[in-house]
Ligand binder design. Structure first.
Ligand code: DGY
Length: 427
């Protein structure tokens, strides 16, 4: 029998379904977003595997010829959202944005593969393999410089952690003097106190202008773009995704791809030290232009467990941050360090808790012998959802919802993870 919360979660996915793809939430985000959609596929897989596959297939329908998979797929224009398709001026037969997002597809497809014995579904997942591989090859061609071995973002939105404190210093150098006047639409749907500021938006737009003006030339953006930051979150997620895609290559008998992926993994393991900030004893993002570490502890720092990196000494230092942060806030894990001056419990990625990050943290902690931490982030997310429903994110101070309401990925995380006692299976 379905519990009331299970039913409410399913109802959100069904209500946000626009016919083959799901919007993150009605109104504020009226298109298909890359990593939202992949987490949503995981949610759908708990009651409709066919629909789960379709969600992934429609995302990859928008893949570009060079393997790039965009962060937004625009199947229609919608005045509720800015910047829409005409501002980006990108994509092929389906208009898209010109930047990407954290590549969680390989990890979710591997999970779906292992959970099903249905040959037709397995066939559809196998058909996604070359597309996901092409996307990872794109990352390693354009975003993981061989001499660094870590993933570089060219717009804060590529991190998925849009207004994280991690981008403050690097983004402040971006010239906004030529940004044309525009009207934000996000503020029609959410409290301004929970959203990025206007200056952050100006910088977002300046970076979009740079990409459009060079016709989304990925090489030029990667080498000359105004914002080039090695992102700790995207690096850990891509490293994990490379490992999961290599596991998929093995079961599919894709030996050549397996060898290539092991090369990607070795490059990234070799490069991870670039993101360790000795001064602050933490993995954090680093501006590749100035060479400066962000110097702050975020939820993405702890994705080191998900990526299975870090020496014993580094893990001990991360544990000290965990102990400190778990005393400073009621719910775990905040997107920014509550002891740092820029912490803001309700402002998007500058404090609030995100269920999808907690999900990846829980997997990493569980696998790496930190079961208590896995239990803590799982129970905290469960409790917040039971009490406050399915908002975009949650205040780590009160547990209340922040940002938009009836969010697809929060519902998906309930269905596939924190609403289940059997969420983790050692495979
Ligand atoms: C937004 O518009 O706020 C999105 O997060 C960009 O991806």
């Amino acid at each position: 029998m379905l519990s009331t919360v299970d039913k409410a979660a399913r109802d959100i996915l069904i209500a946000n379904d626009r016919g083959g793809y799901t919007v993150p939430t009605a109104g504020m985000y009226p298109y298909q977003w890359n990593w939202d959609s992949v987490f949503v596929a995981l949610g759908f897989s708990t009651f409709d595997l066919d629909r789960a596959c379709q969600e992934l297939e429609t995302l990859f329908d928008a893949q570009w010829e060079d393997g790039f998979v965009p962060h937004i797929v625009f199947r229609q224009d919608d005045p509720d959202y800015f910047p829409g398709p005409s501002v980006w001026g990108a994509g092929g037969k389906i208009p898209t944005s010109g930047i990407t997002q954290p590549p969680v597809a390989a990890s979710i497809v591997l999970r779906l593969w292992r959970a099903t014995s249905d040959d037709a579904i397995k066939g559809r997942l196998a058909a996604l393999f070359p597309k996901i591989l092409a996307w990872h090859q794109w990352f390693h061609a354009f975003r993981v410089p061989k001499d660094l071995g870590v993933a570089v973002i060219t717009h804060p939105w590529e991190s998925g952690r849009d207004n994280s404190v991690e981008w403050d210093a690097a983004a402040a150098t971006v010239d906004v003097s030529r940004v044309e006047p525009y009207q934000r639409r996000d503020l029609m749907h959410a409290d301004a106190a929970m959203r990025p500021t206007n200056i952050e938006y100006d910088r977002y737009l300046a970076m979009v202008d740079f990409g459009r003006q060079c016709d989304w030339d990925h090489k030029k953006i990667a080498t000359e773009g105004p914002f080039r930051v090695a992102d700790v979150g995207l690096t850990m997620i891509l490293l994990r995704a490379n490992r999961d895609l290599a596991a998929l290559a093995e079961v599919l008998g894709e030996a050549e791809a397996g060898t290539e992926l092991r090369g990607f993994i070795a490059d990234m393991i070799g490069g991870i030290g670039y993101l360790w900030d000795n001064a602050n004893s933490v993995f954090c993002s680093r501006d590749t232009i100035s060479g400066d570490h962000s110097g702050v502890v975020t939820n993405a720092s702890f994705l080191a467990y998900y990526a299975n990196v870090g020496t014993n000494d580094q893990r001990e230092k991360l544990a000290a941050h965990w102990q400190r942060i778990s005393k400073a806030t009621k719910f775990m894990f905040p997107s920014h360090d509550p002891d740092e001056g820029r912490f803001d419990a309700v402002r998007y990625w500058r404090g609030p808790i995100w269920a999808v990050v907690n999900y990846m943290l829980a997997i990493g902690f569980q696998e790496q012998g930190e079961e208590k931490w896995a239990q803590r982030v799982t129970e905290d997310t469960r409790n917040m959802i039971q009490k406050f429903g399915f908002p975009e994110a949650f205040s780590p101070v009160t547990g209340e919802g922040t940002g938009g309401k009836n969010f697809s990925w929060t519902a998906a995380m309930w269905l596939a993870w924190c609403g289940r006692s059997d969420w983790y299976r050692d495979e």
